[in-house]
Design a protein around this ligand. Sequence first.
Ligand SMILES: Nc1ncnc2c1ncn2[C@@H]1O[C@H](COP(=O)(O)OP(=O)(O)OP(=O)(O)O)[C@@H](O)[C@H]1O
Length: 278
Amino acid sequence: MSNMISLENITFKYPGTEKEVLKNVSISIKTGEWTAIVGHNGSGKSTLAKLMNGLYFPEQGSVTIAGIGLNKDTVWDTRRHIGMVFQNPDNQFVGTTVQDDVAFGLENHGIPQDIMVDRVQTALKQVKMDDFLQHEPHHLSGGQKQRVAMASVLALRPDIIILDEATSMLDPAGRAEVIELVRELKRQEEMTVLSITHDLEEAAKADRIIVMNQGEVYREGTPEEIFALGQELVDLGLDLPFPLKMAHVLNERGISLERKPLTEEELVNELWTSYLNK
Ligand SMILES: Nc1ncnc2c1ncn2[C@@H]1O[C@H](COP(=O)(O)OP(=O)(O)OP(=O)(O)O)[C@@H](O)[C@H]1O
């Protein structure tokens, strides 16, 4: 698999400041992979997304998106490969109906009317919001709003979706909706997904996790490898997924599970097979 995103030896300070907010960071993200970047507040996660999207350029190191070296001359080319979904769904709407909203980005890209209609419908079908074409975005639930925001991004057919804390304002049901959608999109479309998140339960669903700490890559690995760090993650200011915390409490009370569960489903299975079923 080739790399869709590659950051090499990035060191970065915001203009006019002295603090190095990223220190010699190298990250490679493979085509079709779902990577979660986690880390405490201020560890540099959103800054990484801003550098990938060419909002800032690093003074040292290089960023390559879909094989294109990112610089001031190529920024519009590289941006065509990336769709961004942000934290607050309400800040992302421009249209008065769901349909208009998804069409807006396409209009901006000069997509002809007949292709546009088809793309809007396909994208809303992908996120299972095709029954809401004429609805006003502001009257939707949080999870539905984020799904429409994702349809607006998908309609532009990017290779990469970056979710920057996209589930953090949602209730558990909305969060689950969005995560399930990401999983489905990845499966059907071979999309490369990068989710920047505080939520380790969301990160547990990714193929790979990168842990950032104070502007540096602290560790990267599969969810199993990362969660095996246990207390180290807590010391970095991260909150372990509920099923792991539950397993820990059960262990203290003499109920030890054979495998560490990362999802509620795994926790239930683990309890069933390694304890209740004995
Ligand atoms: N526009 C800016 N100008 C100056 N410093 C900034 C700016 N944006 C962020 N920073 C600083 O850069 C560092 C990294 O911030 P960043 O937003 O990338 O962290 P983060 O891990 O995404 O945090 P959070 O989870 O709170 O969003 C922090 O020290 C922050 O104060």
